[in-house]
Structures are given as C-alpha cells and as structure tokens.
Design a binder for this molecule. Structure first.
Ligand SMILES: NC(=O)c1ccc[n+]([C@@H]2O[C@H](COP(=O)([O-])OP(=O)(O)OC[C@H]3O[C@@H](n4cnc5c(N)ncnc54)[C@H](OP(=O)(O)O)[C@@H]3O)[C@@H](O)[C@H]2O)c1
Length: 333
C-alpha cells in the first residue's frame, strides 16, 4: 500500500511516499480502507521532532491521526464492526498512520461515521472533536449558563469547540481576526474579540472556563479573565504533573514537566484558578456521542481546504502555516 512516512525528524522535511506491505492487524483491531485523512498540527509537530520526548516513536513512521473510511477486515476479538461499515476515528498514539491506503484501528477507538457527512467531512472531526469534548465536557464540566472563552475560534479546535459549548448551553467568547468574525458568529459565538486590534483581557471578565490554545503570554493573560474557582484548560502547554503521570513518563521527563508548568500552576493557585493541561486521547465511545450531535445537526464540520493524497506534504505545510479556517483534509480514495 502507499503511505507517507517520516524517515528522519527534521523541521519541514518532506514525508516520503513509500510502498509498504499491508499493516499487521492485532486481534482487537479493525483494518480500515482510508478514504480521507484529517490533517492536524500534531502531524507537523511530530514530523519536526517536537514530540520526541512525549511520543517516542521508532522511525520510519507513517504519519496521520484522523481517518474516515470503510472496514475491510476485523480481528478475532472485534464485536461491534463488520466489513463494509463506514467508520471514522482518531487512531491511538503509537498506532498512528492514516496518511496511507490502509490503517489498523483499535475497536475501542472507532465509531460509525455520521450518516449525514461525506468521508472528507467525517475525517475532519475526530481529533479536534475529541479535544473539545475532553476539554469542555470531561475536564471543564461546562454547565448551562456558564461563560467560556475559547481562543482562536476560526481554527480546527475552535470551530468545533464553539458549537459544542453552545450545545451545552454556555455563553461563548472567542478571539478571531476580522475576516473570520462572521464565521465564528455563524457557529454560535456570542462575543468576538478581534485579536489583532483588541486585548481580550480588557473585554472579558468573570469567565468560568478558558480553553487556551495559544502561546505562554496568552495563557498568562487568560488567568485574569477567569473568576475565582474557574478553570484554565490549556491544549498548547505547558504539560502538568498529572499529564506526566498519565503517560507514565520516566522520572527525568516527569521532573522537566513539573518545572515547565511550575510558574503557571503557582500563579493559578494564587488566583484560586484550577490549571490543567489537556492532551487528547483516542476514544470511540466519545466519538459515538459526537456522531449523535452531528446527526442531530447540533454540530457541523468546517472545512477550509481539501488536498489530493499525492499533495500530503503541501497539506501539512498549509496546516503548519497556522491560517486555516476550520480543517484541512486529504482525500485518499
Ligand atoms: N493538547 C491537545 O490534545 C491538542 C489537540 C488539538 C490541538 N492542539 C493544539 O492547539 C492549537 C490549536 O490547534 P488548531 O488545530 O485549532 O489550530 P489551527 O486550526 O491551525 O488554527 C488556525 C487558526 O488560528 C487562528 N489564530 C492564529 N493565531 C491566533 C491568535 N493569536 N488568536 C486567535 N486566533 C488565532 C487563525 O486565524 P487567522 O488566520 O485569522 O489569524 C486560524 O484560523 C495548536 O497548538 C495545536 O497543536 C492540542
């Protein structure tokens, strides 16, 4: 099968189009024929070697985390899926590889594709949808009537998170440039701050939850938007000791992670704010909940650009440039 692989970590180094044998299927896995693969910043960051400490992969490595496609084979322990099913998933860490014609996916990480979405639309959802779900529902426990500030509302995570927060009954503020104001309002944002001309710190007060996805300066400012007892959830770091425990990091990595987040954790405590780093995980059960919300039309995909499989490197570079409005998807079949 054809696949795009990393041979060596290096900034902006193109992936190699390789001809690989059909992947080996574990007993609890389903083999999916890839029709479309969503592209995430995580892919570009892994290619550049930025995740070597947290996700120590062996090279060569087929890249890609999001898939929509058709089940072609199931392992002997698989109960819920049969060949022919249309499915989608964020595949598990250490089992990635959706920039390929076939990918094995753990049954527990897979869900039936929303019936009202095309393959390309479905492939745009899993990683960002699960990120928003794990941040706002699981960790943030966002409630009806609460106020949430979702940064970068026009991005992959932002476009999904705004819709999810509105579905949960929250008031949503977001940052976007002027050209994206109509897009984020259309998704339900109540307050839009133009991050190029306004300071969100001046405009927003007494928020219950902040979903931080930007740099450390923005993280610091976010503390002052929250009320006492509020939650600062960051998906762009720094990682915290809970996360280090969760990935069973070696002692040295645990120590580095504790140091990296010491400052923000101390300042959050001083303001009675709860800081936590969220690193999303594959989860088929949560993806099923997301399927229900999409089929009920509570959430819709937002797609910026679709690339042909042969143009996978261009798709990665486009995402890495950081200007996408919604998601970027590679059409494989
Ligand atoms: N921890 C996790 O599990 C996890 C999961 C998913 C993503 N992430 C991380 O979260 C971050 C966001 O991911 P993403 O996929 O949503 O990114 P993305 O889709 O690439 O974000 C691009 C969007 O961000 C907007 N933007 C850029 N700078 C901004 C700023 N300073 N303020 C407000 N908006 C800004 C851009 O709008 P303009 O072009 O108008 O500027 C563009 O629409 C990344 O760092 C990613 O690695 C982490």
């Amino acid at each position: 099968m054809k696949a795009f692989v990393i041979d060596k970590y290096a900034k902006n180094r193109a992936l190699r189009l390789a001809d690989l044998p059909e992947p080996e299927l574990h007993d609890d896995e389903v083999l999916v024929e890839v029709h479309a693969a969503g592209v995430n910043l995580l892919d570009a960051k892994i290619r550049d070697g930025e995740f070597k400490l947290i996700l120590p992969y062996r090279l060569p490595l087929t890249l890609g985390h999001d898939v929509a496609g058709v089940v072609v084979k199931v392992g002997p322990h698989v109960r819920q899926f049969t060949p022919g099913d249309e499915v989608y998933a964020r595949v598990d860490d250490f089992r990635i590889g959706t920039f390929a014609e076939l990918v094995p996916v753990k049954e527990a990480s897979l869900a039936l594709k929303p019936r009202n979405l095309t393959m390309v639309e479905a492939a745009s959802i899993p990683l960002v949808g699960l990120t928003a779900w794990q941040a706002l529902v699981e960790r943030g426990q966002l409630q009806r009537g609460q106020k949430v500030f979702i940064q970068a509302g026009s991005g992959g995570v932002g476009t999904f998170a705004i819709q999810l927060a509105k579905h949960l009954g929250a008031t949503v503020a977001t940052t976007a440039s002027a050209g994206s104001a109509a897009l984020v309002k259309g998704l339900g944002a109540d307050v839009v701050v133009d991050y190029k001309t306004q300071d969100f710190e001046e405009a927003l007060r007494n928020y219950d939850v902040v979903l931080n996805s930007q740099d450390s300066k923005t993280l610091e400012k976010s503390l002052r938007v929250l009320k006492g007892g509020g939650k600062l959830l960051s998906i762009s770091g720094p990682p915290d000791p809970e996360f280090a425990k969760g990935i069973a990091a070696p002692a040295f990595v645990k120590f580095v992670i504790r140091l990296l987040s010491a400052g923000i954790r101390r300042r959050a405590r001083a303001r009675r704010v709860d800081y936590s780093f969220v690193f999303m995980k594959a989860d088929g059960r949560q993806l099923q909940e997301i399927t229900r919300l999409i089929e009920a039309k509570a959430i819709r995909p937002v797609i910026d650009k679709v690339f042909a499989f042969e143009a996978t490197n261009d798709a990665l570079n486009y995402v890495q440039a950081g200007r996408a409005k919604g998601k970027v998807v590679i059409e494989v079949k």
